[in-house]
Design a protein around this ligand. Sequence first.
Ligand code: M6R
Length: 594
Amino acid sequence: MCGIVGYTGPRDVGEVILNGLKRLEYRGYDSAGIAVKTDEGIYVQKRKGRIDDLSEEEIPEHDAGIGHTRWATHGKPSDKNAHPFLDCDEEISIVHNGIIDNFNTIKDRLIERGHEFRSETDSEVIVHLIEEEYEGDLLKAFKNVVKKIEGSYAIVVFQKDSNELLVARNQSPLVIGIGSGENFVASDVPALLYYTKEVKYLRDGDTALISRDEVKIWDENDEAITRETKTIDWDVEDAEKSGYEHYMLKEIFEQPKAIHESILGRLTSFEDVDFSKYDFDEVQFIACGTSSHAGYVGRYIFEKLAEIPSTVEVSSEYRYTSPSDSTPFTILFSQSGETLDTIAAAREAKRRGCNTLAVTNVMESSITREVDEVIYTQAGPEIGVAATKTFTTQIIILYLLAIELGLRKGVLSKDKAEEYKDELRKLPRKVERILDDKNEIKEMTESLVKAEDIFFVGRNINYPVALEGALKLKEIAYIHSAGYPAGELKHGPFALLTSETPVIAIAVKDHTFEKMLGNIGEIAARDSPVIIVGDEDKELKKLADLSYFIPNTPPIFSPVLVNVVLQLIAYYTAYRLDRDIDKPRNLAKSVTVE
Ligand code: M6R
């Protein structure tokens, strides 16, 4: 939602904080700011706009400071609503990520007590509350404040006379970077990788004091504790663009490696989950956005490979459904592991008596503490707001899980399982072949840039891939697009088809192929330009205005390949339209509000 960075140490604080914030810009990018301790007091520079709009030269060199990149929730993007905030006497400064649910009541009380608010945000109450509580001991005041606020927060605070940082977390991520004679704090690891790979992840309810030479942590009961120091195995380059124009393109091209890493070691024995502990007779997948599309693909994979009936729920809806007697094994997908809707759904599933498993890409992310089991996708850091390689690896995990469950249930023979595993091994090379054709796919997008509406259609396991293709195009190219089961267009959307409405049709040679041919014929008869992505076929060629045929693969594995083509279509369409591909308007990489 927002990104925060704090630093205490001998380096140029402005450089460390701006550098860190740039790596967190995917978390929000409508305004940015920095506060630095100086000999004269606290220097603040903040404004509406991107981090690059801040003037680095103007930031005084000093030894402690905090910074923030914002995705607006309370109060529209503006200079005054940008963080950091100062108390009335301008002696304390804070940055905050999350939402303070009880801010209205607190604010009214503080105003009555004479505090002057300078923004419309919920976050500003934190700094005035600290001011109110402060009687010479900032840590004590801060801990008192943390008890009074409700909601989600990652907060970093400092005071003008000290180079110590105070931090607290609840339902918003915060990771401390351990240096030598210096320490860091940030919302996410990429902000720290330049300086350290040694980190401590804070847990919900933790508060900490970070000075140059030590880190002290207290848990939710105010007991002093140590949190394990972990070593990050991502390199700086993993979180850099490495010569690609956009993170999204880099991440699309990293998919062969990401698939390889995700299957590595899991094909011989898949030991991430103690399967014997759970009942898998019925499964439900829960997630948001792209991750929910992985769930929809999962339904088909589980039915085919493991004969397990499954349902899919969007996280934000699941909580409000009526509980039934059944307690399906619940698999939650969240690349970030921080999506509040999905975390809330995990809690609700548990409350209803379901066993839960999270599939996430981020180590120690919040969702990992809400579930019985965790499987990590090995996609590496994904910075572009549009999810690409994490979606692909979520699907890879689904194949691995379904093969394992199919074998355990006895519905999949060992030979068949080996056949499927062989197909998984071949996927990275097949994805590479598609990526080699990027220019051909780029050419196909020339006709799409003029369109105001684009339909994506598919059947069976490729219906959710149509949904994903449409989401990606909407998200980064800002073209209205909708995904449909191919058989559904005739039940309404046909009214919208004209020669100006391209339809991207996914056609693979599964048991629905003949029907798909019929559906495409009906679309072509309405004069809509038809772009086909799928298996090579003479009849398809006749119907298509443009086509791209994927490398030969069994239909059950086709979503991985088709989706890469659709990612490239979305990317190059957005590129031609000169969109802000890595930071599409109004969006953020992780959505930590409900
Ligand atoms: O981190 P999550 O997987 O939980 O995120 C869920 C959605 O917010 C996310 O997939 C979103 O739809 C993407 N921006 C799509 O590209």
